[in-house]
Design a protein around this ligand. Structure first.
Ligand code: ADP
Length: 615
C-alpha cells in the first residue's frame, strides 16, 4: 500500500517536473505566447487521454450487447472490430507520443492533428452505427442508439477543452449522419428527435468553446507565474551580486585601513626619547607617508560614497579643454620626466560641455594610471572632434600609453571597486584599485562615454567621448576663486565638537591664524559660553554628529536663535554612509569632510571675512 502510494507520488512528481520543464522550454522558444499556450494545452490533452482511453471502448462494446439480436450480427461484429482496431491505433499513438515527448509547438500541433484524425474515424464509425443500427420498429432501441451517440459526444467535452478540433471531428460525422438517418424517417417524432440532436450539438459546441477559453486562460496564468518567478530570480541574483561586491569592498577597505594603521603603530612604537635626531626624522617621514596614504584612501572612499548617495550635482558648462589641461599639465610633465617617460599633450583648441572639476578628476585618474603602469615609452593626452549632427558633435579625449596593457578579459572588471589586475598582495604603492571605480561613476553621472582599447604588453588607450561645447572665455584660475583678504586676526570662532582632541587641534590651528576661539562639546555648553563671554561669534564650526544623537545642524540653529542672527556656519562630518551624507547635505549648510585640510578651512574663513567686510 505504502509502496504503491509512494510510486504514485513519485510518478506524479516526475509528471509535474516534466510539465514545468516543458513550460520552461516553451518560454525559452521565443515564440508568441499564444502559440506557447496552445502547445502546452496539447501536451495536457495527451496526458489526459492516457487515463480515459480504456473507457472509450466501453461504449462500442455496450452498444453491440444491446443491439445483439435486433440488427445484422455481421455488421455489428464488423463495426465492433473496427472500433477495437481504432482503439489499438490510438493506444499506439499515445505510446509513441510518450516516447517522443515533443517540445516544439510545431511538433505538438502535428500530434494534435494525428489524434484529431482518429476522432474523425471514430465519429464516422458512430455515424455509420447511427444508420445501420437503426431498428425501425423499436423506439426503445432507437432511443438507446441516439442517446449513446450524444452521450459519447458529451463525454469528449472534457478533452476538447484542450483542443477544440477533436470535438468537431468527432461530433459532426456521428451526430450529422444520425440526424440524417432520422430526417429520412416518415414519422414526425423521429424527425423531431433528429432536430433535438442537432440542437444538443450546437449547445455542446458552445460549451466546448467556453471550456477551451477557461483552460487556456488558466495555462496563461501559469506562464505568468513562471515569468514572475524568473523575474524574482533575476532580481535576487542582482541583489546577491551587489551584496557580494559590497562585502568584497568592505573586506578590502578594512584591510587597506589596517595596513597603514599597523605601520603607524610600528613607527610610533619605535620613537624613543633618546633617539638620534636623524633617526627621528626618518620615523617622522614614515609617519607622514603613512598618513598621506590613509588620507588618500579616505578621500577615495568618500568620493565613492558621495557618488553612490547621489550627492554630487554636476555643474555642466562650456569651456576650452586646453584651459582645463593647463591646470595639471606641468604636474604630470614633471612626474613623467621623473620616470623617464615622454609626456605629450595635444588637445587642440576645442571646447567641451562637461563639469570641469569632475572631468579633471576623471582625466587625472586616467593619466595617473597611464603613468603608473608604463615603464618605458610615452603617455599622451589627445583630443579630436568627432563630426556629427550639429547637436551631436563630440570630442574624443584619449589617454594613451605604451605600458603593460590590460588583457581584454579584464576590461570590465577593472571598473569595479578594488579590482586590480596584478596586485594580489595588495601592495598600496601599486594603487588602491578605486580610481577607475570613481571614473566609471563620474562618467555615468555626466552622461559621457568611456571605452578601453588595450591588450597585454601593447599599451592602453582610454577614450572618453564628451559633447562638444561652444567656445567661451577661459576658466577662472584656481587662485581667483578666493578673494585675497587680510589675515583672520580677531575672527571669533565657536567650535562645537564632542571630541576633545579635535577641539584642541582646532583651537591650536585657529589661534595660529590669529582667531579667538570658544570650544564647546555640545549646543548647551556653547550657549552657556556665549552667555559668559557676552560675545557673538563671527563663525560657527560644528561637527555633524554630536553626543546623544544630536546634530551640529541643531546646535547651529540653537546658537543662531540665541544670538538672533544668521551667523555663518560650517558643518564638518566624518560620516561616509550614504544616508548620513544625504542628511548632512540636506541641511543646506556648507559641508566639509574629515579630514579637513587646513587650507580649505582657511579658505572658508577668508570667504566669510570677505563677505562680512563687503556687507
Ligand atoms: P589602481 O589604483 O590599482 O590603479 P584603478 O581602479 O585605477 O586602480 O585601476 C584598476 C586596475 O586596472 C589597475 O590595478 C590595473 O591593473 C588596471 N589599469 C588601469 N589603468 C591601466 C593602464 N593604463 N595600463 C595598464 N593597466 C591599467
Amino acid at each position: 500500500m505504502t509502496s504503491a502510494a509512494s510510486t504514485d507520488a513519485s510518478a506524479s512528481q516526475s509528471d509535474f517536473s516534466a510539465r514545468i520543464n516543458l513550460m520552461e522550454t516553451l518560454r525559452a522558444s521565443g515564440l508568441p505566447r499564444e502559440q506557447q499556450i496552445t502547445a502546452y494545452a496539447i501536451d495536457s490533452l495527451f496526458r489526459g487521454l492516457s487515463s480515459v482511453m480504456g473507457n472509450l471502448l466501453v461504449f462500442p462494446v455496450a452498444m453491440v450487447a444491446l443491439m445483439w439480436g435486433h440488427v445484422n450480427q455481421e455488421q455489428l461484429l464488423g463495426w465492433l472490430g473496427a472500433n477495437l482496431l481504432l482503439g489499438a491505433g490510438r493506444h499506439w499513438l499515445l505510446h509513441a507520443y510518450a516516447r517522443q515527448m515533443p517540445t516544439s509547438p510545431l511538433d505538438l500541433r502535428r500530434w494534435a492533428y494525428y489524434f484529431t484524425l482518429t476522432s474523425l474515424v471514430s465519429g464516422t464509425l458512430w455515424g455509420i452505427g447511427g444508420i445501420i443500427f437503426f431498428v425501425p420498429d423499436s423506439v426503445v432501441h432507437q432511443v438507446i442508439l441516439y442517446v449513446t451517440i450524444m452521450g459519447v459526444v458529451a463525454g469528449t467535452l472534457i478533452l476538447v477543452a484542450y483542443w477544440v478540433p477533436i470535438f468537431y471531428a468527432y461530433s459532426l460525422p456521428s451526430v450529422g449522419l444520425s440526424a440524417w438517418q432520422l430526417f429520412n424517417q416518415p414519422d414526425m417524432g423521429q424527425v423531431g428527435l433528429g432536430i433535438l440532436m442537432l440542437l444538443g450539438l450546437a449547445i455542446m459546441a458552445n460549451t466546448a468553446r467556453q471550456q477551451n477559453r477557461d483552460v487556456l486562460e488558466g495555462i496563461a496564468l501559469r506562464f505568468e507565474n513562471l515569468d514572475l518567478i524568473a523575474q524574482l530570480r533575476d532580481q535576487t541574483v542582482v541583489a546577491e551580486e551587489a551584496n557580494a561586491a559590497k562585502s568584497r569592498f568592505l573586506a578590502a577597505a578594512s584591510h587597506d585601513l589596517r595596513q597603514p594603521l599597523h605601520a603607524l603603530q610600528l613607527f610610533v612604537g619605535s620613537l624613543t626619547p633618546g633617539m638620534p635626531a636623524g633617526d627621528q626624522q626618518a620615523v617622522i617621514a614614515g609617519i607622514e607617508r603613512t598618513v598621506g596614504s590613509l588620507d588618500g584612501l579616505f578621500n577615495a572612499l568618500l568620493d565613492i560614497s558621495r557618488l553612490d548617495a547621489g550627492l554630487l550635482r554636476p555643474d555642466v558648462r562650456d569651456f576650452r579643454l586646453a584651459d582645463l589641461v593647463e591646470s595639471f599639465d606641468a604636474e604630470f610633465r614633471i612626474q613623467a620626466a621623473g620616470q623617464g617617460l615622454v609626456w605629450h599633450v595635444d588637445v587642440g583648441d576645442v571646447a567641451v560641455r562637461s563639469d570641469p572639476v569632475l572631468l579633471e578628476t576623471i582625466l587625472r585618474n586616467l593619466i595617473s594610471n597611464a603613468l603608473r603602469y608604463t615603464h618605458s615609452g610615452r603617455v599622451e593626452l589627445m583630443a579630436q572632434l568627432i563630426e556629427g549632427a550639429p547637436a551631436n558633435e563630440r570630442i574624443r579625449i584619449s589617454v594613451c600609453d605604451t605600458g603593460i596593457g590590460i588583457p581584454p578579459a579584464f576590461h570590465q572588471a577593472i571598473f569595479t571597486e578594488y579590482y586590480q589586475v596584478g596586485n594580489p598582495e595588495r601592495d598600496r604603492t601599486k594603487g588602491l584599485g578605486l580610481g577607475l571605480a570613481i571614473v566609471d561613476r563620474l562618467v555615468r553621472l555626466l552622461g559621457h562615454e568611456l571605452t578601453v582599447d588595450s591588450e597585454a604588453g601593447k599599451g592602453s588607450r582610454f577614450m572618453l567621448d564628451v559633447p562638444a561645447g561652444r567656445m567661451v572665455a577661459g576658466l577662472p584660475a584656481a587662485g581667483q576663486m578666493l578673494p585675497e583678504v587680510g589675515e583672520l586676526r580677531d575672527m571669533h570662532v565657536i567650535v562645537i565638537d564632542d571630541e576633545q582632541l579635535v577641539r584642541e587641534g582646532m583651537d591650536k590651528l585657529l589661534q595660529t591664524w590669529g582667531c579667538t576661539t570658544v570650544l564647546a562639546g555640545d549646543a548647551e555648553e556653547a550657549l552657556a559660553l556665549i552667555a559668559d563671554t557676552g560675545r557673538v561669534p563671527d563663525v560657527i564650526v560644528a561637527d555633524y554628529r554630536l553626543r546623544e544623537h544630536r546634530t551640529g545642524a541643531e546646535a547651529i540653529a540653537l546658537v543662531r536663535a540665541r544670538c538672533g542672527q544668521t551667523i555663518p556656519a560650517l558643518l564638518i562630518t566624518g560620516d561616509t554612509a550614504p544616508e548620513r551624507l544625504r542628511e548632512a547635505q540636506a541641511t543646506d549648510l556648507p559641508l566639509m569632510h574629515k579630514p579637513v585640510s587646513p587650507v580649505r578651512l582657511r579658505g572658508y574663513l577668508r570667504q566669510v571675512r570677505a563677505q562680512s567686510s563687503a556687507d
